[in-house]
Design a protein around this ligand. Structure first.
Ligand SMILES: [Zn+2]
Ligand SMILES: [Zn+2]
Length: 330
């Protein structure tokens, strides 16, 4: 006799699915009745052959025309044996098995996928041996099936044992190159962002994925990172001016211009070469963008020298050119 299988559902997190986890699962399987040790009878009571069917379990009816019809014996229910009245075990009502709460520790392997079923041998129901015609028959418990549900993760997706992650990259880091932090299954790591990285560019961190379910050596899949460049939807006046300058510098003819950079340019090209002393003072009070523009177009090249020479002659500390260095962040 073989008992029934039991199926339970177990919900685990993405991380647990990645690494594997031990889960305590509470089940209430049929177990052998301890009172009657499974035979379903009160102490001292024994089964006897069913007198109605002579132990065959079936009754034969003779019907008109000489035909025979067989049906299940209603007295013994087809078992061929009879239990004396009130002779059934009180604990299991003659079933031979009772339900019992049990905790089964299940090893859920790393790499398990949503919807998979794990089979745990012999953790299912004990067969109802009290109902058996032959209580001494070999008995076998059913199995426990654990239906795995893996919750999705807010950061990661997966493709088999590979983990997928989309990393946001600031526009300037994407253009200039740099380094960003990304989460992995084992915590944050720094990855290099190549100069000129575009949305959709990918890098692979080998072995940083999920455990491979089929691998006995505990190999891991990869972490596949896809970059997504954060494009600003709004630009401040300064940002817009700089980007328009960049467009000019890169010879971009198609970009929209609204900042009228020519006001700087015309001023600068028509300007006289700066005069000593007076000119340096003028440049100190200019705005950040104008200052930058002047630096780019070379109009500040000789300001430093003037100050240096002034220090040597008069023995004074020169004033820091605050506009040139301090306002670079604004
Ligand atoms: Zn019993
Ligand atoms: Zn019978």
């Amino acid at each position: 006799m073989v008992g029934e299988n039991i199926e339970v559902q177990s919900n685990i997190s993405f991380m647990d699915a990645a690494k594997g986890v031990q889960k305590d699962i509470v089940v209430t399987p049929l177990v052998q009745c301890k009172t009657c040790t499974g035979n379903g009878l009160k102490k001292g009571i024994t089964r006897s052959q069913c007198k109605t069917c002579d132990g065959t379990g079936t009754r034969v009816h003779f019907v008109q025309g000489g035909f025979q019809m067989a049906s299940t014996c209603s007295t013994c229910g087809g078992t061929g044996v009879q239990i004396p009245k009130n002779g059934e075990c009180g604990t299991c009502r003659g079933n031979g098995a009772v339900r019992e709460r049990r905790t089964v520790t299940v090893d859920i392997p790393g790499g398990v996928e949503d919807g998979m079923r794990l089979r745990v041998m012999g953790e299912g129901d004990y067969p109802p041996t009290g109902q058996s015609a032959n209580p001494k028959a070999r008995t076998e418990k059913g199995d426990l099936y654990v239906f795995i549900r893996v919750s999705p993760d807010s950061k990661f997706q997966r493709n088999g044992s590979d983990v997928l992650y989309t990393a946001s990259v600031p526009l300037t880091t994407a253009v200039l190159g740099g380094e960003i932090k990304i989460p992995t299954l084992d915590g944050e790591v720094k990855v290099k962002v190549a100069t000129g990285t575009g949305t959709g560019d990918k890098i692979t961190l080998p072995g940083k994925g999920m455990k491979q379910l089929s691998s006995r050596r505990g190999n891991n899949g990869d972490l596949r990172v896809e970059f997504k460049v954060q494009m600003p939807k709004y630009l401040s006046v300064n940002q817009r001016t700089i980007v328009e300058m960049l467009a000019d510098e890169m010879g971009d003819k198609s970009a929209k211009r609204i900042m009228n950079l020519n006001q700087f340019r015309n001023q600068d090209t028509s300007a006289e070469p700066p005069k000593p002393g007076q000119s340096a003072e003028d440049h100190k009070n200019e705005g950040f963008l104008k200052n930058m523009w002047h630096s780019m177009t070379g109009q500040h090249d000789n300001l430093g020298k003037e100050e240096d020479s002034g220090k040597n002659e008069q023995g004074r500390e020169p004033e820091e050119p605050k506009k040139a260095s301090g306002s670079g962040s604004g």
